[in-house]
Design a protein around this ligand. Structure first.
Ligand SMILES: *Cc1c(COP(=O)(O)O)cnc(C)c1O
Length: 425
């Protein structure tokens, strides 16, 4: 084994350092495996209940009327996540699209949207109109209010109470911290927050942005009282196999609204051919619990490796996890670049290319990204990125298998070590 690692470029000191850290994580890993086992059974139960069969994998085209595979998959998603209904489509192009669809279809002019957990994910700023943009909610006279988390990460209950008003129609809660430093939310905390909000305003709709959160815990936000839960199929629930897509699950009425917006009023869920991709949606969902477990182990391994070397990590090595993202503050541009080079060098695709910082549209400093993925931009696959500015934090996520995640992190450490940017104790 060690020899093979060496042939791949991992030196003896890095290998030994990693082995020590891995040894200390066996208990955590066993817990993650148990959650994966639970969620695997949940997925299987839903597939069996809805009698998934070979006919479901047939490609449809044209209008896609009576698409058995599509309709059955939506029932499987609804059952698996404890919801009344689901919309799971290749016509939903990404996570942002799925979230925009949920918002634009369930809000009407004059309504107000509230985020009680601070600033939403970057791409949603233009959907909402926080940054002016064509077709934003703001252009349709849908207003927005935000209540930030308190400095210790807790909910500002008094602020939320004051922000809820007669116009508030929908509350959006982002589970994952995304690229911020606030804590990610557990399903238990989401349950508490929804309970508080519904007590004040029982008819308000609650949507959870569930990106990066699926299958990390045993329950999902719909089971904690959310009316709608939304995510991307090129993250956790696509299991690395879905080549495109997004999902919405929740109350039947909310899903109907979204379907009528995605296709057309009067057509709703009845049209939308699944072309040839539906089998990968099924297979991806089937693998998603174990794939998510691999990504979680990789994140925890990275946290522990870099924490022991003295770098600040969010979450910490010992904290419970509510999503698959790991931030590591590397404190210098050289380290950030070396880290990303290591992730790239460990990839199954494009391992021979070298990532370089570039001026990405919308960012005020150059950004470096590492990804050698089968699906472009897929972040359930091993990937890392970070802006070249203080404090030089890298955001790291994914890994379709734990073994690949492990190699990626060891390779990142190898690059730092080779360039003398870190000392192994
Ligand atoms: C990834 C992500 C999104 C947007 O998804 P895209 O597929 O990149 O459009 C939205 N919210 C959160 C929390 C995310 O992690």
């Amino acid at each position: 084994m060690k020899e093979l690692y060496q042939e791949l470029g991992i030196s003896e000191p890095v290998y030994s350092y990693g082995a020590k850290v891995e040894q200390s994580l066996q208990e955590r890993f066993a817990e993650i495996d148990e959650t994966a086992e639970y969620n695997q059974l949940k997925v299987l139960k839903a597939m069996q209940k809805h009698r998934v069969s070979a006919e479901c994998f047939m490609a449809t085209n044209g209008y896609g009327y009576n698409d058995l595979g599509r309709d059955t998959l939506e029932e499987v998603y609804a059952s698996c996540f404890g919801a009344e209904a689901a919309l799971v489509r290749p016509q939903i192009t990404c996570g942002t699209h799925a979230l925009a669809l949920a918002l634009m279809s369930n809000l009407r002019p004059g309504d107000e949207l509230l985020s009680p957990v601070g600033k939403p994910y970057d791409t949603l700023e233009e959907v909402i109109g926080i940054r002016p943009s064509k077709g934003s909610l703001a252009e349709y006279n849908i207003s927005y209010r935000q209540v930030d988390l308190l400095s210790d990460g807790s909910f500002d209950y008094e602020g939320i109470r004051a922000a809820l008003n007669e116009k508030t129609k929908l509350v959006t809660i982002q589970r994952s911290k995304g690229y911020q430093t606030r804590p990610s939310l557990s399903v238990a905390r989401i349950r508490e927050l929804i309970g508080f909000i519904k007590k004040i305003k029982p008819d308000v709709l609650v949507m959870v942005d569930n990106c990066y959160g699926e299958f990390v815990e045993r329950t999902e936000p719909v089971e904690a009282g959310a009316d709608l839960m939304v995510g991307s199929l090129i993250k956790n629930p696509g299991g690395g196999l879905a080549p495109i897509g997004g999902y919405l699950v929740g109350k039947r009425e909310c899903i109907e609204q979204a379907a009528c917006r995605l296709t057309s009023p009067g057509l709703g869920k009845e049209v939308g051919a699944s072309l040839g991709v539906i089998q990968s949606f099924y297979q991806g969902l089937f693998l998603a619990p174990t794939v998510t477990a691999g990504a979680l182990k990789s994140a925890i391994f990275a946290a522990n490796i870099y924490e022991k070397l003295g770098f600040p990590v969010i979450p910490t090595g010992a904290e419970p996890r509510h999503d698959i993202i790991q931030a590591v503050t590397l404190r210098s541009p050289e380290r950030l670049i070396a880290f990303c080079k290591g992730i790239q060098a460990a990839a199954p695709v494009d391992s021979h290319v070298t990532p370089e910082p570039w001026d990405m549209p919308g960012y005020d400093s150059p950004v470096i990204m590492a990804a050698g993925a089968f699906v472009q931009g897929s972040s359930i696959e091993l990937s890392a990125d970070g802006p070249l500015r203080e404090p030089y934090a890298v955001y790291f996520q994914g890994g379709l298998t734990w073994y690949h995640g492990k190699l990626g992190i060891l390779m990142s450490l190898q690059k730092l070590y080779e360039e003398g940017l870190v000392e192994l104790a």
